[in-house]
Design a protein around this ligand. Structure first.
Ligand code: GLN
Length: 203
């Protein structure tokens, strides 16, 4: 049986661990390269992507995670995790020393951080995820503003007037899944179930 890992440097990793446990999956918190090496699949939680970026490099996890992603490890990122899986950021954070925020990458997309406004602009929205209608929680959420040909767009939310297509909030590329929203907060199991199916080769 697959061992799941949740990157536990910062953010709401406990909620993801609980979501996996509720679905009967064994999951461990990942904070070291040794723990990463044990897991078959990884979730990158919501939080603050610039902090996850910095800590993952400080803990020697950034390069091993990139290598595992390139080698096909199923990986799911929610919110800040979606940002970490983007090949490109439109508006990376820039630290006081001028260091520009980096990502692990893997999904051929450009992501805009905080695309829906600030913390006070957090909202919930009904959306379709592979035929499941669910209530999605957005907290300083990112948006994929451009995706490459290998990226499957799974969910959108209504855009501004004149934008008939809507804004991209869930994507998949091969074994990689990313959502702008937080199923680990809303308690809806559909996204974690879909990710588990990806790890089984059933989705
Ligand atoms: N805006 C945050 C970031 O840039 C993401 C917010 C979240 O994960 N809820 O990382």
């Amino acid at each position: 049986m697959s061992l799941f890992g949740v990157l536990a440097l910062q953010g709401d990793f406990r909620e993801h661990l609980a979501s996996l446990n509720e679905l009967g999956k064994v999951a461990i918190a990942v904070r070291t390269p040794e723990e990463l090496a044990r897991v078959d699949a990884l979730i990158i939680p919501g939080g603050e992507s610039s902090v996850i970026d910095r800590l993952s490099r400080n803990y020697g996890l950034a390069e091993p995670i990139k290598e595992r992603i390139a080698a096909g490890m199923p990986t799911y990122g929610s919110c800040a995790g979606m940002i970490m899986l983007a090949d490109r950021l439109e508006n990376p954070a820039v630290a006081r020393d001028g260091a520009v925020q980096q990502t692990f990458g893997g999904i051929d997309m450009t992501v805009r951080r905080n695309a829906f406004g600030r913390q006070v602009d957090s909202f919930e929205n009904h959306l379709d995820f592979n035929g499941v209608n669910l209530e999605a929680v957005f907290i300083r959420a990112p948006e994929a503003i451009e995706v490459g040909p290998q990226v499957e767009v799974i969910s959108r939310v209504p855009g501004v007037e004149g934008d008939a297509q809507g804004r991209i909030v869930a994507v998949r590329q091969g074994n990689l899944l990313a959502t702008s929203f937080h199923p680990e907060v809303s308690g809806n199991a559909a996204i974690h179930e879909f990710f588990i199916n990806i790890t089984r080769g059933d989705a």
